[in-house]
Design a protein around this ligand. Structure first.
Ligand SMILES: Cc1ncc(COP(=O)(O)O)c(C=O)c1O
Length: 399
């Protein structure tokens, strides 16, 4: 059975993790900084902060950007729950603007139309691996004093082109439009650490605060400690044991074991992304002529060479095909092909409806997308014959 996504683990990965098991540190050791440094270099950001999930990275992103109670955070409804939940974690109101019907990412026009006086942040989502229209989103958000967080969980190693600044590919995590970019290292993603995530930013103060918050808000460096005061002689002696909790933080730490795996995977990132692009190109060619099957479309032709695909999500006209999505998934499964529906519009989840009063019809393009969405298997370890099996199974749906 070909799943819709899965990790790729090599002997080098296993050796890297094993070496950490034999070392002095399982967590809080040298692999973390090494992974952060290499990751920041790779995406072209000044700072990278490793955390134990992208959910944690999104939470910290909003927290360090000062988003909280009384604020509104707008994201795409076509995303995993975490992109929106992060807003609720900081006490803000998660809100949703509709998607663009071609790229399936946040529509700038819908974002502008959804804007309210209390909107303080936008969480753009690079759905399936295609960058959201970050320059246009940033133009709208910054003119209104809001921050832009790019949820690039689907797009590690990817880049995009834009008419706003033509002539080069802009890296996700290393472009001037996202104030903070977040990545996930869950096993279905392009690069894995088991569970894990990364927050990247060019702002040193936000990176330092995120590092403090990922470990309970604790500081130890002499320069960051509160000066001793006469009213608290108990804490006057500042020996090697001494620490202070200056913020309310969490345990969002990524371990050395995981960072060693991440470092090892980073060596193959370009090859893994290239293989994903090859598979997407093969699907696009092999499934081009089916009238009931719409292939994922690129925002610009040049993005074909730079997008880092996480999902191959097609739009299937189930009515034209004469089968329900459940029947199609069962037929594909019988042919050994897994598939998945990503995603149910987040605001339709019972908790969102109950808490914020959202109702069906809020984002019609996202709802239409949902009714036709189906993601086919996509991961670097797929062989040429695996890809042919998927194409054959999809083509056989009409028979
Ligand atoms: C778009 C998006 N954002 C956030 C997340 C959360 O990532 P994690 O599982 O690392 O917390 C995911 C994971 O599925 C995702 O796909």
């Amino acid at each position: 059975m070909l799943p819709y996504g899965r990790q790729t683990i090599t002997e080098d990965d296993i050796a890297a993790v094993t070496a950490v098991l034999r070392s002095d540190f399982l967590t809080q050791g040298p692999q973390i900084e090494a992974f952060e440094r290499r990751f920041a270099e790779r995406v072209g950001a000044r700072h990278a902060v490793a955390v134990n999930s992208a959910t944690a990275a999104l939470h910290l992103a909003l927290r360090v950007a000062g988003v909280g109670a009384g604020h509104r955070v707008v994201t795409s409804p076509i995303t995993f729950l975490a992109s929106a939940n992060a807003a609720a974690y900081v006490g803000a109101t998660p809100d949703f603007a509709d998607i663009d019907p071609v790229s399936y990412t946040l529509s700038p026009a819908a974002l502008a139309a959804t804007w309210q006086d209390d909107t303080r942040a936008v969480v753009a989502v690079d759905y399936a691996g295609q960058a959201a229209d970050l320059p246009e989103i940033a133009r709208i958000a910054r003119a209104r004093g809001a921050v832009v967080i790019d949820d690039a969980c689907h797009a590690i190693g990817g880049a995009f082109h834009t008419e706003a600044a033509p002539g080069r590919a802009w890296s996700l995590g290393g472009n001037p439009w996202a104030d903070i970019t977040t990545f996930s290292f869950h096993p279905v993603k392009t690069l894995t650490t088991g569970e894990g995530g990364m927050l990247v930013t060019d702002r040193a103060d936000w990176a330092e605060l995120a590092r403090t918050l990922r470990s309970h808000g604790i500081v130890r460096e002499a320069a960051r400690l509160t000066p001793p005061t006469d009213d608290n002689p108990l804490l006057a002696e500042r020996g090697p044991w001494f620490y202070e909790m200056q913020e309310l933080g969490w345990n969002y730490r990524l371990t050395d074991l995981q960072c060693a795996l991440g470092l090892s995977q980073l060596n193959r990132l370009d090859a893994m992304v290239a293989r994903r692009r090859e598979i997407v190109a093969a699907y696009n060619e092999g499934l081009a002529d089916l009238p009931w099957f719409t292939r994922p479309a690129l925002r610009t032709a040049a993005d074909g060479a730079t997008a880092s695909w996480h999902l191959y999500t097609a739009q299937i006209d189930f009515a034209a095909l004469g089968k329900t999505r459940t029947e199609v998934m069962a037929e594909l499964r019988a042919a050994g092909v897994g598939s998945q529906v990503l995603y149910i519009p987040v605001y339709l989840q019972p908790w969102y409806r109950r808490t914020y009063g959202y109702t069906p019809g809020k984002c019609p393009v996202a709802e239409a997308f949902y009714t036709q969405a189906l993601s086919l298997p996509l991961y670097p370890a797929m062989t040429g014959s695996n890809v042919c099996e998927v194409i054959a199974a999809v083509r056989a749906l009409v028979i």
